[in-house]
Ligand binder design. Structure first.
Ligand SMILES: [Zn+2]
Length: 78
């Protein structure tokens, strides 16, 4: 039955195209990071590569935040 096989192939191909399209749309809607620094006093642009990695702060604020975190960690150990 070549007709039935063609039909199944057609349906599965369409289904695959749909799910690929859906996945692309989901990825476009969900931005992992921010394009501008989360710090209201800063608002510096964040590089797209860092946004994709989920960055919410610019390099300067991120460094300051990490330094603060390290200080807290040192405090906790005392
Ligand atoms: Zn910043």
């Amino acid at each position: 039955m070549p007709d039935a096989i063609d039909q199944i192939q057609d349906v599965s191909e369409r289904h695959l195209a749909n799910s690929l399209q859906h996945r692309k749309r989901v990825r476009a809607n969900r931005l992992p990071g921010l394009t501008q620094c989360e710090d209201v006093d800063c608002r510096a642009d964040i590089a797209p590569a860092r946004t994709e990695m989920g960055a919410r702060l610019c390099v300067g604020c991120q460094t300051a935040e990490e330094a603060r975190g390290a200080q807290h960690a040192a405090w906790g150990r005392r």
